[in-house]
Design a protein around this ligand. Sequence first.
Ligand SMILES: Nc1ncnc2c1ncn2[C@@H]1O[C@H](COP(=O)(O)OP(=O)(O)OP(=O)(O)O)[C@@H](O)[C@H]1O
Ligand SMILES: [Mg+2]
Length: 521
Amino acid sequence: MGGTYVTASSPIARSPAGASDRPVGAVARTLGCAVWGLETALVTVEADVANGLPHFAIVGLPDTAVQEARERVRAAIRNAGFEFPLRRVTVNLAPAERRKEGTGFDLPIALAILRATGQLGAEPDGLCLGELALDGALRPVRGAMPRVRRALSAGITRAYVPAGNAGEAAALGAETVPFATLREAVAHFEGTTRIAPVAAPAPAALPRWASDLGDIVGQETPKRALEIAAAGAHNLLLVGPPGTGKTLLARALPSILPPLDPDEAVEASAVHSVAGLIDPAHPLLVARPFRAPHHTASHLALVGGGTPPRPGEVSLAHAGALFLDEFAEYQRQVLETLREPLEEGAITISRAGGAATYPARFVLIAAMNPCPCGHSGDPTTECTCLPDAIERYRGRLSGPVLDRIDLRVHVPRVPYERLRAEDPARERSATVRDRVCAARARMRARGRRTNAELTVADVARHCRLDGAAEPLMAEAMRTRTLSARGYHRVLRVARTAADLEGSERIGPDHLATALLLRALP
Ligand SMILES: Nc1ncnc2c1ncn2[C@@H]1O[C@H](COP(=O)(O)OP(=O)(O)OP(=O)(O)O)[C@@H](O)[C@H]1O
Ligand SMILES: [Mg+2]
């Protein structure tokens, strides 16, 4: 639609309510926006009021919620003190080719009808969004952020929204006028009571993390893996007996992740907006999301879907991390669905009304015991599992998903003496985070956000091994039967290890680290 929308083709003279004597043939237009997943399209809401038996139709592929707008709009117009025309009212949502979902069209529909009947003289010159209550109050809607973003990118800088969505719109830089009721909206456009645009909300402070690396005793190798995962966005699997700090380690990840880039912040916040999970006081996310769905979470909760569709955990984790604790307990079929987001960085949910695509680019952190009793390979406690029980347990993991986990480390038991000892030299998360941020800056300078995103061509260009590292690689290829994909993955991780040390060259020690952190089968 390119941002232009047509105003009322033949303006109607304002006159007091009493619609039946108004001229026929005047079409009024307001601007709304449709959203599918994070995809959006501006929608012109046209209202035509013609002589004939009283009738109210909404056309242009409305879903049930939009159809129900008829009842809400009719009641809200009356209860706000206006008159609903006792004539033939047709509302068209153009372009008509895709289904329109949700309740966000109530406000632009009501305003278009009021304008077509001469009860609103002035034209709403911006995006209109909001659900109407029967008494004419405006309720916030899900997905305000992607809609306002669409309007802004089309050059429409003004947004008229329910007060509950005002923060989301203002945070994106739109000139945002908040309305509590339909009456307030009409008074504003008529100029009788102007409402001032709201200021953009102040960004939230970074949260204080519950778990700090400095509080975790020992586990130097898993900590190293966590740092590399945070820096290069490589997926990580932690395997070890119960109570060794796997959950503790995974939960420390947010404390070492770099802050969100501004464009990532908008994208991640837009997903939360569609899910209805925005904090109105601080609509823009400042910290990377960390989502930890339970292993009993449904397929729907994990990948998204439903009617109307909502993003799942994989999308809420976008630009952050997805933590799957007790990894072997998830249903295999649920884990299989991780393949698409792990490969594409997005997930498409197909449904009757058309597909919805949500972004889903996250770092996967998985934790599990090595066997059902948890003690396989534990030198201190004997494993009581039968061999085929262990086999079945590991067999639950999806091979293709496991294949996309670059870092697989053992988390061993920490001896009592070490747990007891104070160690002031233990590194705090803030120090590690600084290194992670510096490494990310090096990655960005190469044109990719993270090393996990390096393409095969990028790997060939940026992950060349130092002369001294070559024999080590040759040896590993021979003894470990690495696949071509495995080879590229080891190189990406080695690149991250080098970046964390500020080294452009990938030496034997960097490669050794990458190989060591992939040691588990
Ligand atoms: N390395 C460690 N340093 C400090 N505390 C630890 C460490 N490992 C375990 N703990 C203590 O033990 C508790 C349990 O650790 P955690 O839940 O991370 O274990 P886990 O490996 O996830 O066990 P499970 O396999 O049963 O899930 C922690 O809350 C912490 O108090
Ligand atoms: Mg645990």
